[in-house]
Design a protein around this ligand. Sequence first.
Ligand code: UDP
Length: 476
Amino acid sequence: MNNKTHIAIFPSPGVSHLIPFIEFTKRLLLLHNFHITCFILTTTDDYSAPSPAKKAVLNSLPAAIDIIYLPPVSFDDLPKDSNPELKLSLTITHSLSSLQTELNSLLISTNSTPLTAFFADPFGVKALEVARGLNIPTFVFFPTNVAVLSLLFHLPMLDKSFSSRFLRDLPDLIKLPGCAPLHGKDVLEPIQDRQTETYKSFLNTSKEFYLANGIIINSFAGIESEAIKALQANEGMVPIFPVGPIVQIGPTNTNGAEYCLSWLDKQPSRSVLYVSFGSGGTLSSDQMTELAFGLEMSGQKFLWVVRKPDNESANAAYLKDGQSQFEATDVLPKGFLERTKGQGLVMQSWAPQTLVLSHDSTVCHCGWSSTLESMVKGVPLIAWPLFAEQKMNAVMLVDGLEVALRPIEAENGIVGRDEIARVVKVVMDRSCEEGKKVRERMNEFKDAAAKALSHDGSSTRALSDLAFALRSKKSN
Ligand code: UDP
């Protein structure tokens, strides 16, 4: 039996939560030599049979991280087109009893050190309850930023303060301490409608968070110091550990990497706009047409991760890690691929994003991981939010940090080709003053990010504080 502090992590099924969660544990391992067990949720449904992206993450784990695959959850009785949110929550709830069994055996195991603490992300709050029931100290791994966390703590109060059904109808700006003011329409997507079960569960999330022993957050003082201070000052607040920016080190998926990199190698540094909507974002057919024409009209180089369009949902490819079967020529405007041959490259469904970003490409998206991945490279963004908390990220990036441009939607909810071409030119054309300002700002945050992660940086210290707290739990 080794004598290391042993923690278990329970990432929810989406790869965008898995990546930072795993990277966080790698850092704990590297700097503090912990013993880590990682529970992986599985389903019989092929929607989440490990995608190449997920497999690449799991295959990159150091040997010191043990993986326990929980028995597969079956969706045979669910309609095929059930939304990703429902599948996500069922995967978790149906896995709780096997999680409990596994946790029990880790508690009494004689082969490894008994478990000291259990970590879950915000979708796994029910798993935190299971661990608490076994008297295991619990921690939340919050993969996004303090503004979103602060909103969740603020939600019960906000809920009492207005009567309309949708948050988008809120008459006043929401002013979270230390955060850029927020319109109701920009609040995270899953809680826009107060009559849904999802809203109700989010309303209770902060109660669960108050019961945890700490919250680890993928942000850092250099970008959210006031928000961090304000949150920590809340009465009864549990310790907050801002350990970010934690970004993916290796590629998520090497499929097509060679093809993509050999094309990028031929392009001047910082000349390519990388258009990708995270792990699961999808556009409507009309929006895709406008984007294609906008990119073409901008005249700028681009690398576009094209997904099958979906007119119903902006996250249709979520939990499939972007994968879908289709032919690019069937979903792009006629002649687009031929006309843009020297200008752009189209990849289907997924690209090795960290490798693309190592060429200092500019990202068109604002998922939180992609934001941090851009920040550590010092490259500005085009903030194009689609789902989850992305509109809140866009507000922070555009109004708060001033490191991104957000294209403006027309009345019909579509961003038109002229607007796309305009924003792309501003961000990419190095002679444009407006673009220069966001580039300079982003460079400042690049330095701040490096400082936070340096030997004596705020995030390294937060991680040490967490390690200390965990070690003292072990000796209790
Ligand atoms: N990603 C990737 N290739 C892709 C799309 C996404 O490697 O084609 C990775 C990206 O590097 C990031 C994660 O998937 O680490 C997406 O997370 P993010 O929070 O940016 O977006 P979300 O998936 O939540 O929309």
